[in-house]
Ligand binder design. Structure first.
Ligand code: BES
Ligand code: ZN
Ligand code: MN
Length: 495
């Protein structure tokens, strides 16, 4: 069955951003940002008097910017820095995003990197991330070029040039990873099918030094991946399991397996979702898979020393005459049977097969990431992701990574007292608990498939999407989890 598809072609946006560091701004720069801390009276590098800025109401608080135009030469932008004692990489990332937003028409920016207690490279990476991610745009429109960022230069002292340049380059790798995740999550489900995503992985993976293996429908049948196959039953598009492997040069410091929910579009299956606005965002229900692909494409460039395996579990979740019925029982990888109470609880079904596969190989830790439950969004809102797990040391590593990259997480209890809610009278498990504590029962379902291995689950249902432009986020997919997973892998040690 083939239809003439009215969709635009699937093309990943190409963006050329140059970053650098030097003692002075390049000739052609459009704007130079100066971070001004509270209490500071003169910007030492620019020589700008801050008395006049203060007279205009500029209080040097974070989020404040003052654009100073002149007849010729670059525009100067004062960026409120707040308390100089409170500067972290998260603060610098935010401050750079304010610069990018203060001069939206200019695509060549520079920033005087303030001297802080932070390592110069970390500071440089953070500001590159903040400026570049704030300028992220993804449009499939007919209206001219995107207002993106062409160059971003850091102005530092002579001694700091080399460290700042290295940090800026690392920041650029992180930016590319996060932008890839955003691009994929923002692409409508009709364009980016499971097999198209497999194509993206097959193209980008080898370029990034990853082994890529695509498991198509017959291969999934062979593996007995009944969760993924079951959810795919209603779809006209075939499923795909994408396996990525990163092997470091030399003996790995540990083995980490990442499992991502790749629901290309979640219609709810026969438990059809209503036609409201939130469900128009369900093209992003593969944000977990996208975060893993994004993160893994940067591992080699950033010198990761752990071995990292990724499983992206991809299909859409559609209603049709062949779709899984409510009450059907499927056999998962490993043999457990699951009674499908609700076809809209599909994420845990597709993830479970991969969790089992992960436990069948040597592995020190398993981390899964998924837009799994509306309950996670209700509990923690759109800025904090839920984490649950069976191993404190691994939970600590995930929390530390989240903290370092400013992708906040909060732990919910893996309360096994609720486990009986998943009991089925006729199968090993049912795929849904009661009406309450939905994020916890979803995690308890996943735990059934990890065979006691150290495991953490990250529920990004709330954080995958931003309703508005704010700091380095724009309206739409956030790429949340990409930088977290990348940082986790780079700092990973066997729990
Ligand atoms: N993809 C959704 C979760 C979701 C909801 C993400 C809202 C982002 C915003 C997931 O597949 C789902 O439908 N979950 C159900 C589970 C329920 C049927 C047990 C939910 O959260 O309502
Ligand atoms: Zn879903
Ligand atoms: Mn669903």
């Amino acid at each position: 069955m083939t239809h003439a598809a009215p969709y635009p072609p699937f093309v990943l946006p190409q963006r050329a951003l140059r970053v650098g560091a030097a003692a002075a701004a390049p000739e052609d720069v459009g704007a130079i940002g100066h971070i001004v801390f509270a209490g500071q009276t003169l910007d030492p590098l620019s020589g700008l008097s801050l008395d006049r800025a203060a007279a205009l109401g500029f209080k040097a608080q974070p989020g404040e910017t003052l654009v100073l135009t002149s007849a010729e030469g670059p525009v100067n932008v004062l960026i409120g820095g707040g308390d100089p004692g409170a500067v972290t990489t998260a603060v610098l990332r935010d401050l750079a995003s304010y610069l990018a937003r203060a001069v939206p028409g200019l695509d060549r920016l520079a920033l005087v990197l303030p001297r802080t207690e932070l390592p110069i490279g970390d500071a440089a990476a953070a500001v590159v991330e903040g400026a570049a991610l704030a300028r992220y745009v993804y449009r499939i429109g007919t209206d001219g070029p995107e207002a993106t960022l062409a160059s971003f230069d850091l102005i530092v002292s002579d001694e700091a040039v080399s460290d700042a340049a290295t940090g800026a380059t690392r920041g650029l790798e992180v930016v590319k990873a996060a932008k890839l995740a955003r691009d994929l999550a923002g692409t409508p489900g009709g364009i980016l099918t499971a097999m198209k995503l497999a194509g993206v992985a097959s193209e980008l993976g080898p370029q990034a030094g990853l082994e890529v293996e695509i498991f198509d429908e017959p291969a999934l049948v062979e593996l007995g991946c009944g969760g993924l196959l079951g959810i795919n039953l209603g779809s006209a598009e075939p499923p795909a399991m994408i396996k990525l492997v990163y092997r470091p040069d030399g003996e790995p410091t540990g083995r980490l397996t990442l499992v991502g929910k790749g629901i290309m579009y979640d219609a709810g299956g026969l438990a059809l979702k209503p036609g409201d606005e939130i469900h128009a965002t369900m093209k992003n229900d593969m944000s977990g898979a996208a975060a893993i692909l994004g993160a893994m494409t940067a591992l080699r460039a950033l010198g990761c020393r752990a071995q990292v395996t990724g499983y992206l579990m991809c299909t859409d979740n559609m209603p049709s005459g062949s779709a899984l019925r409510l009450g059907d029982i499927v056999v998962m990888r490993g043999g457990k049977t699951v009674e499908v109470i609700n076809t809209d609880a599909e994420g845990r079904m597709v993830m479970a097969d991969a969790l089992v596969l992960a436990t069948e190989e040597p592995v020190d830790a398993i981390v899964d990431i998924a837009t799994l439950t509306g309950a996670a969004m209700r509990t923690l809102g759109t800025e904090i992701a839920a984490v649950l797990g069976n191993n404190d040391a691994l939970l600590d590593q995930v929390k530390a990574a989240a903290e370092r990259v400013d992708e906040p997480v909060w732990e919910l209890p893996l309360a096994r007292r609720y486990r009986p809610e998943l009991n089925s009278p006729i199968a090993d498990l049912r795929n849904m608990g009661g009406v309450n504590a939905g994020s916890i029962t979803a995690a308890l379902f996943l735990e059934e498939f990890v065979a006691g291995k150290p495991w953490v689950h990250i529920d990004i249902a709330g954080t995958a999407q931003s309703g508005a432009a704010r700091k380095w986020l724009n309206h739409g997919p956030t790429g949340f989890g990409t930088r977290l997973l990348l940082d986790l892998a780079l700092n990973f040690s066997a729990a």
